[in-house]
Design a protein around this ligand. Structure first.
Ligand SMILES: [Cu+2]
Length: 456
């Protein structure tokens, strides 16, 4: 990125190196690679340091490092970024090294890690290493354990990672604003013994949320509950990568929650176990089978299963408002209300007027409503059988036979064996007992108001 090169070249680099990083020397500031794509980059096999099985970051990447005098060194740059939330919508956010979330940092139990953090934001920041056991002064809480990192300055964090597991990083400075703007990332510590809890595919993603008015590009930063874009790694369906898995693979999915609410994450077609939490690995005898794991605010969960059932398996948050994109909440429930006459009259005055939901809202999955620029449809995506009618926190786990070990490319839609797809009944139908049963009394219908559901 241009700004990075300009910043690190010449006078600026000399100035930022002067005081704050004198212990390791200005000349040795590691490169800060940047990413311009919002699609998953191949897992980064470790070119140096201890061996491990790398993770795959959904719609993301792993930050390259260098080994120097026994330290693993990386360089994060906190900066404004433009992130594609899904094709058709870009957002002005804050993040790290070109993207929100920031790159995944991978290291190994026992590693000594040195993390350079350069602040290119218009205000100060810090980074807190969420879940890592470290000296208090490296914990990244602005004002409490360190002075905040001023704009234009670089600070250094140094610690030895004592235990393996799934961790996150985020600012602990003007936290509400900086998290609402997209500043988070993953820190994965692999076991020293690569055979411990080894899996074939190991995915990571963060749950995050934004409040961006339809037509706008920048999040509102004061929102507490009414977020309207429910994201996995700052992407919404259909922009979230599929999780491509080879039949028979042992699969781990690590999920961290940095939104303001809990998310019950549900996988179709499988039962899984929770094999890891914020506190570390769950002993095998303490694991129990689940199909939905609720992830509270600030928590991490790692789930595991053996991918023995081929297919296209939905994988999503089970709060139905979280599998939708930005929408107005002032829409009354119209199911069962016949208002064809009224609609015709309104359309004389407002040609774009559209009656919403008199047969449910499924029609909206395929209709072309006039939308402001840079705005995603509320429910979208098309599968092999038609509109999928989803948005937000939804993607597909695609389990296939005959994939290469390191092949994560989208294999397309599942080809069902003959006789294994739900089909239309073409025999005789029973008569309904009473016509009223399928057309309820409109007076009994409820009207949902803004705020009425926002406590979830
Ligand atoms: Cu959710």
């Amino acid at each position: 990125m241009n700004t990075r090169r300009r910043f690190l070249g010449g006078a600026a680099a000399a100035a930022l190196g002067a005081g704050l990083i004198s212990r390791v020397g200005a000349a040795s500031l590691p490169e800060a690679p940047t990413m311009d794509k919002a699609t998953m980059q191949p897992p980064l096999a470790p070119p140096s340091g201890r061996p491990y099985q790398p993770v795959a970051t959904l719609n993301g990447w792993t930050l390259p490092w260098r080994m120097k005098d026994g330290w693993k060194e990386v360089h994060l740059v906190a900066e404004p970024v433009v992130r594609e939330i899904a094709p058709g919508m870009k957002a002005n956010l804050w993040g790290y090294n070109g993207q929100s979330p920031g790159p995944t940092i991978e290291c190994v139990e026992g590693d000594k890690v040195r993390i350079f953090v350069t602040n290119r934001l218009p205000e100060h920041t810090t980074i807190h290493w969420h879940g890592i056991l470290l000296p208090s002064g490296m914990d990244g809480v602005g004002g409490l354990t360190q002075p905040q990192i001023p704009s234009g300055k670089t600070f250094v964090y140094e610690f030895a990672v004592k235990k393996s597991g799934t961790f996150m990083y985020h600012p602990h400075a003007d936290e509400m604003v900086q998290m609402a703007m997209g500043m988070h990332g993953f820190l994965v510590v692999h076991p020293k013994n690569p055979a411990f809890r080894r899996v074939d595919r190991d995915f990571v993603f963060l749950l995050n949320a934004f409040d961006i008015e339809p037509g706008a590009r920048t999040p509102k930063v004061n929102t507490m509950l009414d977020f309207n874009l429910w994201c996995w790694n700052t992407r919404v369906f259909p922009g979230i990568d599929p999780l491509v898995v080879r039949k028979g693979d042992r699969v781990r999915i690590r999920i961290g929650n940095l939104t303001m609410t809990n998310h019950p994450i549900h996988l179709h077609g499988y039962e899984f176990v929770v094999s890891g939490t914020d506190g570390g690995w769950v002993r095998p005898e303490a694991q129990w089978p689940e199909v939905t794991v609720d992830i509270a605010v600030g928590q991490m969960r790692a789930i595991e299963f053996v991918a023995d059932a081929p297919g296209d398996w939905a994988f999503h948050c089970h709060k139905s408002h979280h599998t939708m994109n930005a929408m107005g909440h002032d829409v009354p429930t119209m199911i069962g209300v016949d208002h064809r006459g009224i609609a015709r009259k309104v359309m004389n005055v407002v040609p774009d007027y559209m009656v919403m939901g008199e047969r449910g809202m499924a029609d909206m999955g395929e209709m072309e409503m006039p939308l402001p620029d840079n705005t995603l449809p509320m429910m979208t995506g098309t599968g092999p059988f038609g509109p999928i009618e989803m948005g937000g926190m939804f993607t597909v786990v695609k389990v296939r036979e005959r994939l290469a070990r390191d092949d994560y490319a989208d294999p397309g839609w599942y080809k069902h064996p003959p006789g294994t797809v739900a089909y239309e009944w073409t025999g005789e139908l029973p008569k309904p007992a009473r016509a009223e049963a399928v057309h309820p009394d409109p007076k009994a219908l409820t009207v949902r108001r803004r705020g009425g559901h926002s406590g979830h």
